[in-house]
Design a protein around this ligand. Structure first.
Ligand code: GRF
Length: 207
């Protein structure tokens, strides 16, 4: 049984996709231990609560400095002792100590085809604004392992999504969520839960 902790910051639609996939049997052999948010008002926490999943809010704003927050966040995750940490719309940089402790055991969903439109400053709606500004015809999403860099870890899977003439950042974000994020993240969790993924020489190998 893969025991996971899901980290969220906002609406929780990626968390909901995971919950629905578990209900449908599209994710097997997996248990959600808890949901952690940096945002007390995150709707994602309500989604967890409605399913009886323990929710915790650990916000940088509640700590005197970032280092103290990093320690508290890392300690909480270690206390829960998951096999896998899933970043599902989580907008806080993962502390180096946590990356080291959970090497190739943290995954993230990013709303672009990495290495395009990623790195510092590329998150949420900003990604889609930059995609439209550049005029690319194809975008998508990437699920990847988290390393010490920003959106630089081994790529697990990607899914392309077309950009339409009439798109706004909001309409494009919605399509990328529906056609890519909400598919990729549950599939990656199920693959990991059932031993279909390994990391060899910093590359993902399917087995
Ligand atoms: C989405 O754009 C996701 O790609 C990004 O955060 C946004 C909100 O995700 N990482 P969610 O609805 O909170 O899952």
């Amino acid at each position: 049984m893969l025991r996971i902790v899901v980290c969220v910051s906002g609406g929780g639609t990626n968390l909901q996709a995971i919950l629905d996939a578990i209900d449908r049997g599209q994710i097997t052999n997996t248990e959600i231990l808890a949901v952690i948010s940096n945002n007390a008002g995150a709707r994602a926490l309500t989604r967890a609560e409605s399913r009886g999943i323990p929710g915790f809010c650990i916000s940088p704003k509640s700590f005197s400095d970032r280092e103290t927050f990093n320690r508290a966040f890392t300690d909480k995750v270690c206390e829960l002792n998951p096999d896998l940490v899933v970043l599902a719309g989580f907008l806080v940089k993962i502390p180096e100590a946590m990356v080291a402790r959970f090497s190739n055991r943290i995954i993230n969903i990013h709303p672009s085809l990495i290495p395009s439109f990623c790195g510092v400053g590329y998150y949420g709606l900003k990604v889609h604004e930059k995609v439209l500004e550049r005029g690319v015809r194809v975008t998508g999403a990437t699920v990847h392992f988290v390393n010490e860099g920003m959106d630089e870890g081994p790529i697990i899977a990607q899914k392309a999504v077309s950009v339409e003439e009439e798109d706004t950042p909001e309409s494009l974000q919605r399509r990328v969520m529906e056609q890519a994020e909400w598919i990729l993240l549950p599939e990656a969790i199920d693959d990991i839960a059932n031993g279909r993924i390994a990391v060899v020489n910093n590359k993902v190998r399917r087995q």
